[in-house]
Design a protein around this ligand. Sequence first.
Ligand SMILES: *Cc1c(COP(=O)(O)O)cnc(C)c1O
Length: 370
Amino acid sequence: MEGIKGRIPILDLTPEVEELWDHLMAAITRVLRSGQFILGPEVEAFEREVAEYLGVRHAIGVNSGTDALVIGLRALGIGPGDEVITTPFTFFATAEAISLVGATPVFVDIDPKTFNINPELIPAAITPRTKAILPVHLYGCPADMDPILALAEEHGLKVLEDSAQAFGATYRGRKVGTLGHAGAFSFFPSKNLGAYGDGGLLVTNDDGVAEVARMLRAHGSRRKYHNEMVGYNSRLDALQAAILRVKLPHVDRWNAQRREVASRYNQLLAGIPGVVVPEISEGHVFHQYTVRILGGRRDEVQKALAEAGIGTMVYYPVPLHLLPVYGYPEGILPMAEGAAKEALSMPMFPNLSPGLLAKVVQHIKELLLE
Ligand SMILES: *Cc1c(COP(=O)(O)O)cnc(C)c1O
């Protein structure tokens, strides 16, 4: 973990590979010997297992989390002329998917405590064109779903959960991604359940949505060469499915370890002026451990930590409404804009040792208490 010259990376995927090596090799060998590389029995088995884990009727393996969002939106009937309410403080793919289906993202500001969309601000953004709400469970922290679902019910809107960063997270005891009409997951390698390449998943309890999504991932066809709609080539690989089947039984333990790492950080960082630590809320799976550095010192702290060999990241330096592709003026979503200036994500992975974690905190203390 502490690699070249005592560096502490923000993320280290190698311990998990070592831990599972024999099982991974067996799974990969099984796929190579099967001669079936796209969809097929391995993907079907993963879809069954992951649906059972999440407690949802349908799980549809696709190429990426981005495709899961695009296919999810289309399967929910979202298209040109529609507006979709979402958060500006997320990875670009959230809004990109809305734009890709021809709809317009309508950005609503965040709750500064959780970094997630603030449900209280959603009603003012609803227009006759609004068709859906797309909350994001950012950093693994469940968005406040009850008021979002109530608003959706009241206004006849669909809810698609961007759960890319929150595999295994729960909201009032239920897995996120299964609370709305559909949920999108990413298996990008760094995610809490990561493949060793690209992969994604759409989940839903709605049989009709599942049927359309299955068609869309395979060129809009139920039956080969009998295409019924214009879809995508967006299927999950058998190799990635086999790898995910090895990793799925471990994800709860890894998520629990992430929560332990977060609470250790919180204890050690408590009381340092100018640092705001995240709440260890129920069901949070800490895809990222993200603090706020106040007083305009975030970039300085990041630079100093980098010089000490400690990897951190700013997720995200530009809220989506300010990106040139959307081009809204600065000042309209102050909470997201503030978060973009103050958020700093620390090294976070399941087996980050207490010793290395203490080193990270020590460096921050030296900087801010000097
Ligand atoms: C990773 C991520 C995505 C996209 O997933 P890919 O598999 O990389 O396409 C979408 N939304 C959020 C919030 C993400 O973190």
